[in-house]
Design a protein around this ligand. Structure first.
Ligand code: SF4
Length: 336
């Protein structure tokens, strides 16, 4: 099959695979407890794609042009034997890069096995080094030290340099920006500051709670002078900066103030096999049904090609009060 492009000539290059909708955190900007409480109905085991089904779909996506896979959740490390899936995906022809996004709490135990199985890189979410602030964000009282242990274990296993994602919400953890920058400077790991986004329908997003990327870069630059770095490839989400004194790099992901939809090459597969063509989509197309109904490889590839070929998503570029009214899939369900 020929690599496919969408209605804006954006190729299908990256596939984010959610392997579970469950998480051991309740981050207030993603999975607030009030919504994702004890009685929340998560996907049942029978609804979730098996490793064999994920591997088969990954082969179909590779046929359509995907070269980069990212494992996500919920929290992907809650899925048992994840290293077995990594090894299966590492053998898929055409796949050049396998990464994972995790909250890092279970990483210290798993990093070496994942690296041995073929995982290339990890991105770890950490929203503050101040335990009170971090506990207020993750809402399950986990201290930052547990995540830092995971980052060090990942580096020791050869999965570094680690990208450290920090979602910044004004009034919640914006006071932690300089401490985080100071901590990761000179370590080789890359701190990435993410503008708080109106993902899903549960986090009560307000524009006033967004700290613009320019403000975050200015705050860090005032302490340690920065200079911009060219993007390494089309579709790179972060705007990159390096410290002039050689202290390494930071990144900012500015979906609200500097949207990057024009180069978005990412598709998302939910744990129950629905294909989403945008983080802010409201519907996903079912691939599990045809898969379990015996569809051929050619049928599945054609279906993926048709869905992507009709894609016209650019939510962040069109974000208005009106578009914000439209229902959106929960980030925890499609893995950010
Ligand atoms: S808003 Fe949608 S189209 Fe735009 S960059 Fe994000 S995922 Fe891509």
């Amino acid at each position: 099959m020929e690599p496919v492009t969408d209605t804006f000539a954006r190729p299908l290059h990256d596939l984010r695979i959610s392997v579970t909708d469950r998480c051991n955190f309740r981050c207030v900007y993603c999975m607030p407890k009030e919504v994702f409480g004890h009685d929340f109905e998560f996907l049942r085991r029978s609804q979730i794609l098996t490793f064999e089904e994920i591997e088969r779909l990954a082969r179909m996506f590779a046929g359509a042009g995907v070269r980069k896979l990212r494992l996500t959740g919920g929290e992907p490390l809650l899925r048992r034997d994840l290293e077995r899936l990594v090894a299966m995906l590492a053998a898929v022809p055409g796949i050049e890069d396998i990464a994972m996004t995790t909250n890092g709490v279970l990483l210290a135990r798993k990093a070496q096995a994942l690296a041995d199985a073929g995982l290339h890189r990890v991105t770890v979410s950490l929203d503050s080094l101040d335990d009170d602030v971090f506990a207020a964000v993750n809402d399950v009282g986990v201290p930052a030290a547990r995540v830092l242990e995971g980052i060090e274990a990942a580096a020791a296993a050869g999965l570094g340099p680690v990208k450290v994602n920090m979602v910044v919400k004004r009034g919640l953890n914006d006071t932690s920006i300089l401490e985080m920058a100071g901590h990761f400077r000179g370590t080789g790991h890359v701190l990435r500051l993410i503008e708080y986004m109106d993902v899903g329908a549960s986090n009560g997003w307000r524009l006033d709670d967004v700290v613009p990327a320019a403000e975050m870069v200015a705050a860090i630059g005032a302490e340690w002078p920065l200079e911009p770095v060219e993007s390494a490839y089309r579709g790179e989400v972060a705007n990159r900066y390096r410290y002039r004194d050689g202290g390494g790099e930071i990144g900012v992901i500015a979906s609200v103030t500097q949207p990057f939809c024009r180069d978005c090459t990412r598709a998302r597969l939910s744990a129950d096999g629905r294909l989403y063509t945008c983080l802010f989509a409201n519907v996903g197309r079912d691939l599990r049904g045809p898969l379990r109904a015996g569809a051929s490889d050619a049928d599945l590839e054609a279906l993926i090609g048709r869905i992507w070929g009709r894609r016209g998503d650019r939510y962040s570029e069109l974000r208005t009060a009106e578009t914000r009214e439209s229902p959106r899939v929960e980030m925890s369900y499609i893995g950010g």
